[in-house]
Design a protein around this ligand. Structure first.
Ligand code: SAM
Length: 275
């Protein structure tokens, strides 16, 4: 019998036989640790009949783990060189591979109850997470990201890591830290520690208006600057900002990262961004 797909020897053998080298610019750090793979699939809710969306199957290690648990997997891969590899490693499993850039995928078309489970390409993590949040069919995203991103996702206002990502994560639902993942769990090893986080999106809440989302983005653009400064840079009038700050009961020099979402909401109403 063959060693499991995630074993370092198999990963090297597959890459060599197909004449491939991991591409750094595509964030190709392949998982070589079975315990981590099982933990991600488990935490992500891969179960019989559950629609799962994966981004970046790579050699198919996580894809296999999810599909073998009976989930209905759709996976998006940009690197066409992996076609023959996935044909081999996903043979006999019911997986739909969609070739192309995950940034061009229509997330709104996903069925209700979809769970995202993925070891994300790090260079587009933020963009992908905001796509997941905005897709009404997606109920959770269990993702392997850089530890620093995981900390930003879970941060509360007033803490060091608080920013736009933290704000929108809390607008849409909740974040749970599942576990840290050491560099040695990947081939090749990345420069930094990673973490698995699970985001749950509460679809019973009304979706935040796009106007409010872009207001929050403007307000937190430079999180160490004052809120006033950020809003000025975003094109708001100084006088209007001062009135709105006063109405929200905020100090004129409050820093963006210290402002709670409820207060930002009040500001947005006062400034006529939302009703
Ligand atoms: N899932 C595999 C694993 O855990 O071993 C590979 C994960 S690797 C961190 C990221 C994967 O995303 C790579 O397979 C890479 O080719 C793919 N990828 C990078 N950019 C992409 C994009 N824009 N759209 C779709 N896939 C992309």
């Amino acid at each position: 019998a063959l060693a499991p797909l995630y074993s370092p020897a198999r990963v090297r053998e597959l890459l060599t036989r197909h004449g491939l080298k991991p591409t750094k610019s595509l964030g190709q750090n392949f998982l070589i640790d079975g315990n981590i793979l099982r933990a991600i699939a488990e935490a992500g809710g891969a179960q019989p009949g559950v629609p799962v969306l994966e981004i970046g199957p790579g050699l198919g290690v996580l894809t296999q783990e999810i599909a073998r648990r009976g989930a209905q997997v759709t996976t998006l891969e940009k690197d066409e060189r992996l076609r023959p590899v996935l044909a081999e490693t996903l043979d006999g499993l019911e997986v739909q591979v969609v070739w192309g850039d995950a940034l061009n995928f229509d997330y709104a078309s996903l069925p209700a109850g979809t769970r995202v489970i993925a070891n994300l390409p790090y260079y587009i993590t933020g963009l992908l997470l905001s796509r997941f949040m905005r897709a009404p069919g997606i109920v959770s995203a269990t993702v392997l990201v850089q530890k620093e991103v995981a900390q930003r996702l879970a941060a509360k206002p007033g803490s060091d890591n608080y920013g736009f990502l933290s704000a929108i994560a809390s607008l849409y639902g909740s974040v749970r830290h599942v576990r840290d993942v050491p560099k040695g769990a990947f081939f090749p090893a990345p420069d930094v520690t990673s973490s698995v986080v699970r985001l749950d999106f509460d679809r019973s809440r009304p979706a935040p208006e796009p106007e409010f989302l872009s207001f929050v983005e403007t307000a937190l653009h430079h999180r160490r600057k004052t809120l006033r400064n950020n809003l000025r840079l975003g094109g708001f009038e100084g006088e209007a900002i001062d009135e709105a700050l006063a109405a929200a009961g905020l100090r004129g020099d409050v820093r963006a990262e210290d402002v709670a979402l409820g207060d930002l909401r009040d500001m947005a109403v006062k400034l006529g961004v939302v009703r």
